[in-house]
Every structure is written in structure tokens, then in C-alpha cells.
Design a binder for this molecule. Structure first.
Ligand code: BES
Ligand code: ZN
Ligand code: ZN
Length: 483
């Protein structure tokens, strides 16, 4: 059973919770104390710290109390709330709590209330369904109430919806690649499209990709026996006046590198090479669930990248659906081949703004690590819109450069363009310039290289495995364009 999270206007001690979490800020006391300063004493004695992520436990009567730190009152934001709430849930779970009531600090903004909600739900996430019984393993807290004097059910409901969508993306990411195949992603896309009469689904299989001229995408898929899928979900809310937004995701369900095979150490992590597609699918599901008033074209390119007797070779030349000829220098630079045809498709479907998400380069991971995803864009205003969405959702982006000199490095020798740069420099930027070629300059386009933030990010609410990066960001972005 997933943890039930809801808002209440009852005071925590008036609920039937077995565990009550009370916030504390730097230099402040406990707002609602219990039994003549019982909790305040914890703070005064220094047992309860006020830094974000700190928790201290005490008991009074039948009740268990967790004092949780939120840092400086003026600095608290959604991300600090997510981290603090995750610490509370983790502590409560380790103590065997079943029903937890969390006191929301007075005058908290909606962003903070949402953050607390999301932190709890993201923290309860587990992907250990294949492990045998383990008597030490604690169940997540079954029910969580977020308590405030005022009715906070609106931000709590939004937090529940977004964090649940993010956890679904983590399920897609964490599932093994023998199960999370392109076909399985297409099946999930069908459920999403079927959830509304205003949504439609189109999928292209191997034969259809070839017939549509998607020679770059098809080249990646030719090494595997599993059918590839180009997945297109369209969301057309009635009465919207907003221009269509395309969300494009790389979903390489396993990237072995192909003939340019990767070293075996760490190759298992390449099941996460579908993380961009996972974020696009579940963000689209949430956009539909929220009824966000903007038309969305979600395009997910799903295939494996495997070596075989039929696999593409370095030096092959293929033709993308816009007619560009591409020289394949390295079969491990497959994401750009898949996305090239997906970007052309998004434009053909009428996109007026595009954002793509992809685990594209080790270079990006090395440059920024898990702290930021790299943002590349052909349009400053569009980049600023994405930055604003990133501030709102708490998923940090760092703007990275495009430049004609990076573009020059992927000029083809035998064809229009080559899939890896002539020099091993600025790998994330030359990869972005490859996509830029297909996105063009007429439509605002942005590329998010999420190679460093997709998995194993060691956040309090997402320590190991898929992080679901981008789901909240894309929903927030869509909302900012709604009209
Ligand atoms: N899926 C990888 C990128 C990646 C690397 C994601 C590390 C997450 C962690 C991508 O398809 C790839 O193999 N990129 C190559 C590009 C190179 C061949 C130009 C890379 O980054 O090494
Ligand atoms: Zn690769
Ligand atoms: Zn890849």
C-alpha cells in the first residue's frame, strides 16, 4: 500500500497519530510545546538541532515526538522542506511509526507545504520488490497528515500528485532492462493516453520507422532483436490558446555502446539510459491528470543499443528523416541519432517550443555531477523560462554553451554531419550542437543533458537508483505556459 498523505486542520495531538513531528528554526523555540516545555528542552539542551535534515526524538505518554530542523526561517524553501520531510519520514520509519502527523510551520508558503509533502512521498519510495524477506526491513510510514491551522489541502494535493508521478518514473527507471523494454514503455504510454479523451497515442515500430525515413533512429535499433518504438502522446485540452509544447525524451532501455562497446565495469548503469523518456512519460501523465491548459506533444525514442551481426558500424552513413546524412563514427553516441528523428517528428507535429531530456554524455556527468543538469538552448528567453521552472520545482539547471566552433567539430567528412566530434573536447556541447542541427533556430529549443542527475544522486529523498529527475520540472514548465 502506498503511503497515504493528506492535509488536516486538526492540531497534531488531536489526531490519532502515533508520531508527531514538530518543526524548529534557527534561534527559535517550539511554537506549540507539549507538557510545559518538553520539546523546547530538547532544543535548549542541544539534543534537537535546527539544521535541515536533523531530527531528535522524545516520548511523552503514548506519543512519540520528532523535532525536525528547518534551518533559518527566512531561507526555507521547497527543496529544504523536501529534505527535512525526508529526514522525518526516514526517522519515523526506523522507529516503526505507522501514523505520522507533521506540523507545518506557521505561515509556510505553498511551495514549502508542497515540498514537505513531496519529501515524505519521495522518501517512502522503495524498489526492492524482488528481494526476499528481511526481518530488519521496516515498512514505510502508512499514513501521514500535514497539519496547519489553515486548510492546506491544495498544495498538499499537488505535492502528492507530483511526487507520485516522480516515483512512477523511478519505477520505470529501476525496472530491469529485460522487462522495461521499448514495448513496455509503449504499454505505459497507452495507459497514459487512455486516461483522457483529449489524449491520443501513436507508436512507430521498426518497419514504420524505416518507412517514415527515420534512418538515424532505425540504425541504432538494427542491432537488437527487440522492436524499437517511437512513442508520441498528444494532449489537446479543449479551449486552450497556448502554443504546442513538445517534450522529447531519450529512452535507450539499455546502452551497451553497440559495436563501440562500453567497458563492462559500470555497464549495468546503462539501464538508466531511458531516464529522459521516463520523465517525459510520467510528466505527461501528471499534466493530463492536472488538466494543464497547454497542448503537449510528447515524443519518446525507445530502443536498445546492442552489438550484433546486424548492428550499425562505425563509418556507416545513415539518413535522418529531415534528409540530413550522418556519418557514424562511434556507435555509443546513439542518443543523438535517436533524438534527431524524434526532434524532426516533434516539429512535424506542430511543436512551437521544444525541450528534450536525455542521459547524453559522460562529459556532462564529469562537468556538473549530480548537482545540476546541463541546459543548452538556441533561445535566451526560452532558457530563462526553463530556469524559472527549475527554480520552482527545485531541480537545478546550469546553462551550458552552444557555439559555432563546437558545431564545426561535427562537420562530416563523408556526409553532412558526424555523430562524434573530431576532437575529444567539450563533449557535452558538441553533442548539443548535433541536436541543434535538427532542432534548427526557428523554434525555441532546449536540451537538458541529465546524465549526471538521473540516478544515484544521494539526495535525502532519492539516495540510490532512479531519481525521477525532470518530472516536476516539466509539469511546472507546462503550467507556466498554460492559457
Ligand atoms: N548513455 C551514454 C551517456 C552516459 C554516460 C549517461 C554516463 C550516463 C552516464 C551515451 O549514449 C554515451 O555513450 N555517450 C558517449 C558519447 C561519446 C561516444 C561521444 C560518452 O559520453 O562517452
Ligand atoms: Zn551510448
Ligand atoms: Zn546512451
Amino acid at each position: 500500500m502506498p503511503t497515504q498523505v493528506s492535509a488536516t486542520t486538526s492540531f497534531p495531538t488531536e489526531t490519532d497519530a502515533d508520531t508527531i513531528a514538530i518543526p524548529v528554526f534557527d534561534g527559535e523555540g517550539i511554537a506549540h510545546d507539549f507538557e510545559d516545555g518538553h520539546l523546547g528542552n530538547l532544543v535548549e539542551r542541544g539534543e534537537a538541532k535546527t539544521s535541515v535534515g536533523s531530527t531528535a526524538v522524545t516520548h511523552a505518554g503514548d506519543l512519540r515526538f520528532i523535532v525536525y530542523g528547518l534551518g533559518k526561517r527566512d531561507d526555507v524553501d521547497g527543496e529544504k522542506a523536501r529534505r527535512a520531510a525526508a529526514a522525518v519520514e526516514t526517522r519515523a520509519r526506523s522507529l516503526g511509526a505507522v501514523k505520522l502527523a507533521i506540523e507545518i510551520p506557521h505561515h509556510a508558503t505553498d511551495e514549502v507545504v508542497e515540498g514537505l509533502t513531496e519529501g515524505v512521498i519521495l522518501s517512502t519510495y522503495r524498489w526492492d520488490t524482488r528481494k526476499g524477506a528481511d526481518s530488519d526491513r521496516r515498512e514505510p510510514v502508512a499514513e501521514v497528515l500535514l497539519s496547519d491551522h489553515d486548510d492546506r489541502s491544495v498544495p498538499v494535493a499537488r505535492g502528492v500528485l507530483l511526487a507520485t508521478a516522480q516515483n512512477r518514473a523511478r519505477d520505470l527507471q529501476n525496472s530491469p532492462p529485460n522487462e522495461m523494454t521499448p514495448d513496455a514503455l509503449a504499454a505505459r504510454a497507452k495507459e497514459i493516453a487512455d486516461s483522457s479523451e483529449h489524449a491520443t497515442l501513436e507508436t512507430l515500430d521498426r518497419q514504420q520507422l524505416i518507412e517514415a525515413g527515420c534512418g538515424a533512429f532505425a540504425a541504432v535499433a538494427q542491432g537488437t532483436e527487440r522492436e524499437p518504438r517511437m512513442i508520441v502522446i498528444k494532449w489537446n485540452p479543449p479551449g486552450t490558446t497556448a502554443e504546442p509544447l513538445a517534450l522529447v525524451g531519450k529512452a535507450v532501455t539499455f546502452d551497451s555502446g553497440g559495436i563501440s562497446i562500453k567497458p563492462s565495469v559500470g555497464m549495468e548503469g546503462m539501464k538508466f539510459d531511458m531516464s529522459g523518456g521516463a520523465a517525459v512519460l510520467e510528466a505527461t501523465a501528471a499534466i493530463i491528470e492536472l488538466g494543464v491548459n497547454v497542448p503537449v506533444i510528447a515524443v519518446v525514442g525507445a530502443t536498445e543499443n546492442l552489438p550484433s551481426g546486424s548492428a550499425m558500424r562505425p563509418s556507416d552513413i545513415v539518413t535522418a528523416s529531415d534528409g540530413t546524412t550522418i556519418e557514424i563514427d562511434n556507435t555509443d553516441a546513439e542518443g543523438r541519432l535517436v533524438l534527431a528523428d524524434c526532434l524532426v517528428k516533434a516539429k512535424a507535429e506542430g511543436a512551437k517550443r521544444i525541450v528534450d531530456l536525455a542521459t547524453r554524455t559522460g562529459a556532462m556527468d564529469i562537468a556538473l555531477g549530480p548537482a545540476y543538469a546541463g541546459l543548452f538552448s538556441n533561445n535566451d528567453e526560452w532558457a530563462a523560462t526553463l530556469m524559472a521552472a527549475s527554480d520552482g520545482s527545485g531541480e537545478p539547471l546550469w546553462r551550458m554553451p552552444l557555439h559555432p566552433s563546437y558545431r564545426k567539430m561535427i562537420d562530416g567528412v563523408y556526409a553532412d554531419i558526424r555523430n562524434t566530434a573530431s576532437k575529444r573536447v567539450a563533449g557535452a556541447s558538441t553533442a548539443a550542437e548535433f541536436l541543434h542541427h535538427f532542432a534548427g533556430d526557428e523554434i525555441p529549443w532546449a536540451h537538458l543533458d541529465i546524465a549526471g542527475v538521473a540516478d544515484d544522486v544521494d539526495l535525502p529523498y532519492a539516495k540510490k537508483g532512479g531519481a525521477g529527475f525532470g518530472v516536476r520540472l516539466l509539469v511546472t514548465l507546462a503550467e507556466s505556459l498554460a492559457s
